[in-house]
Design a protein around this ligand. Structure first.
Ligand code: ZN
Length: 246
């Protein structure tokens, strides 16, 4: 089984956020154990006394909130980078991300739109593996606290209605909601979502650059980083640039 851990970034209601982001990491079922241990190791370097309680969230790390309050800024940035480097150096991860400009899908809920885009692309990735002789089903895992209302409601309908692009064929269950404090994998998803957010909202590629090659691609085509912009808008981001080239 392939698991896809997702987290959101950006608020649907806050007008200061132009985009909402849904992003994360897909791995084979045995991989989370090793990735979690690797993040535990980074946590021990930051906070040796209580490493297991140190939660990695992009916004907390970069703005020095919660447990990160007493950690020096350069050490916080180094920890964020170290966490993303784990993903960058693994050949067993595939990243997924959607940046949805809210105005571009109005009046639809942009988070639902993002979820449908990503689950569709995850499903197609599993379809490609199946055709290559590796048949696996997929399960989407979401942070319990993330966008609880609309994604939870969507998850219930997902099983019965499929989604906007038709039924998914390879997803085994309704999405699962878990507590991010207890799951290093959801923390990775948050770090990815926040890196995507900084790129699209602030033009800062520092963190996305580290993991960019890990988005799912085949035949030179990037399938798993999606940017929706208002019709006619020109965009030179890594996703739009490539789409324009094909
Ligand atoms: Zn773009």
């Amino acid at each position: 089984m392939h698991l896809l851990y997702l987290d959101d970034s950006g608020s649907v209601k806050n007008p200061a956020d132009r985009h909402i982001i849904l992003a994360g990491v897909s791995v084979f079922e045995r991989v989370p154990h090793w990735l979690s241990r690797a993040l535990d190791k980074v946590a021990r370097e930051v906070w040796p006394d209580s490493a297991s309680g140190l939660e990695f969230r992009g916004v907390d790390i970069l703005s020095g909130r919660k447990q990160w309050r007493k950690v020096k800024p350069d050490k916080r940035v180094a920890a964020y980078r170290a966490a993303l480097e784990i993903l960058a150096h693994s050949n067993q991860v595939r990243l997924f991300g959607a940046a949805i400009h809210k105005a571009s899908v109005s009046p639809y809920d942009p988070m639902e739109f993002a979820f449908e885009q990503i689950s569709n692309r995850f499903d197609r990735m599993l379809g490609r593996l199946h055709r290559a002789g590796d048949t696996q089903c997929g399960l989407v895992v979401l942070d319990k606290s993330s966008y609880e209302t609309s994604l939870q409601a969507l998850a219930v309908n997902f099983r019965t209605d499929g989604h906007r692009w038709g039924q998914t064929h390879n997803l085994s269950e309704v999405p699962l909601f878990v507590d991010s404090k207890a799951t290093r994998m959801i923390q990775y998803a948050d770090l990815i979502a926040h890196a995507v957010r900084r790129y699209y909202e602030k033009g800062d590629a520092t963190f996305l650059d580290i993991i960019q090659t890990k988005f799912d691609a085949s035949g030179g085509v990037l399938h798993s980083l999606v940017h929706y912009t208002p019709g006619g808008a020109r965009c030179n981001c890594v996703s739009c640039r490539q789409r324009a080239g094909h």
